[in-house]
Design a binder for this molecule. Structure first.
Ligand SMILES: Nc1ncnc2c1ncn2[C@@H]1O[C@H](COP(=O)(O)OP(=O)(O)OP(=O)(O)O)[C@@H](O)[C@H]1O
Ligand SMILES: [Mg+2]
Length: 340
């Protein structure tokens, strides 16, 4: 087959691309900055992330994938087109793409992923559910009979699935992830301390101080923001104890989602899960104490994937290298001509 073979995890926080024969060639925030008057893109990926929160009214920074789903068709298309052009240059052959999608996505949402990738320049696209890709990415045998519980906590959503015999038995997406923790931190500082901070500072505070269980020893960092009182710059100290409360509230929503999947999982598979444990992937699974927190909430052993941010794209990469997987499991490629 001519042209590049590409595996893509087009997530709410980051876009990660694997190219057959080259490895992971791209890992950048799923963000685009546009001129608000003309609608013309002026920065994509890392460049858009850097200016986020630092722009005037004439520039808007947009995250076109929200809660795991494409929420801005045109901007999502701009981003993928830009990356396809960067990867393929002037090649006349369009890339063949394995695109991961949230396991709980509706048919309409799946169709949007397909259409955006095609219109952005893909030649053929096959959608694969994130949970299946992650299961392959962490090294599970594809056709294992025994059920595996995969929890992918990303930037915009928690993707919860039971995978058995190479397909999804039960799945659900809960619309809460790392970004909503960042937002909770911003809201907390505004409400309790009258301090305004930008999205990047909130994410940094989460990564440095945040935790899913109380830390054994309190830690603190200095951060910069703006006083809500006089709108002047302010340097302030924040502690891990302070942030724990507002983070915990978001984690409780995640846990309810995870438990609701267990509730509708057939008893035989729940038996498998209690033996095999929960496999945890996605960037937010790196939050301090997340494994311990989920174990205490569910009573099930939790295994954190070796490289949780890359589990999903690693699975897509394995599929890219062995396309037989797709036909053997009932998947098929779509081309632009087949879009209805
Ligand atoms: N060490 C860390 N501690 C806490 N959170 C982290 C850490 N590293 C990354 N994150 C968070 O992980 C999230 C990104 O994870 P990931 O790349 O899996 O998301 P995504 O695939 O883009 O989103 P989604 O799958 O929800 O659409 C971000 O919110 C980021 O802040
Ligand atoms: Mg993801």
């Amino acid at each position: 087959m001519l042209g590049m073979h590409v595996g893509i995890d087009f997530g709410s926080s980051s876009t990660i691309m694997y190219v057959d024969g080259k490895g992971i060639v791209l890992d950048e925030p799923t963000m685009i900055a546009v001129d608000t008057e003309t609608g013309i893109p002026i920065a994509i990926g890392n460049a858009a992330y850097t200016i986020n929160g630092r722009t005037g009214e004439n520039i808007e920074v947009i995250s076109p994938v929200q809660n795991g789903i494409i929420s801005n068709y045109t901007m999502a298309q701009h981003i993928l087109r830009y990356y396809f052009q960067r990867l393929c240059g002037n090649s006349i052959f369009k890339p063949t793409v394995i695109l991961t999608v949230p396991s709980g996505a509706t048919n309409l949402e799946r169709h949007t992923f397909l259409e955006v990738a095609m219109r952005a320049g893909a030649g053929r696209v096959c959608l694969v559910e994130e949970a299946l890709a992650s299961a392959i990415g962490v090294g599970f045998e594809n056709n294992a009979l025994s059920g595996r519980f995969i929890v992918n906590i990303g930037g915009g959503a928690v993707d919860v699935s039971v995978v058995t015999m190479g397909s999804l038995s039960v799945s659900k997406s809960v619309k809460v992830g790392g970004k909503s923790i960042d937002e909770a931190i911003r809201r907390y500082l505004r409400r309790e301390r009258d301090i305004l901070i930008g999205p990047q500072t909130a994410e940094r505070l989460k990564i440095c101080l945040g935790s899913a269980v109380p830390r054994r020893e309190e830690i603190a960092v200095m951060a910069n923001g703006k006083s809500g009182l006089d709108h002047m710059p302010i340097t302030f100290e924040v502690t891990s104890t302070e942030l724990y409360g507002c983070i915990r509230e978001r984690l409780d929503v995640m846990v309810r989602g995870i438990k609701s999947v267990l509730e509708i999982t057939p008893p035989e598979l729940v038996g498998d899960i209690s033996e095999n444990g929960i496999v945890l992937t996605g960037g937010t699974s790196l939050l301090y104490g997340m494994k311990r927190f989920l174990e205490s909430e569910t009573g099930i052993e939790v295994f954190l994937a070796d490289d949780p941010i890359y589990s999903c794209v690693s699975g897509a990469a394995t599929i890219v290298r062995d396309m037989d997987f797709l036909t053997e499991n009932g998947y098929s490629f779509k081309t632009v001509q087949q879009l209805s």
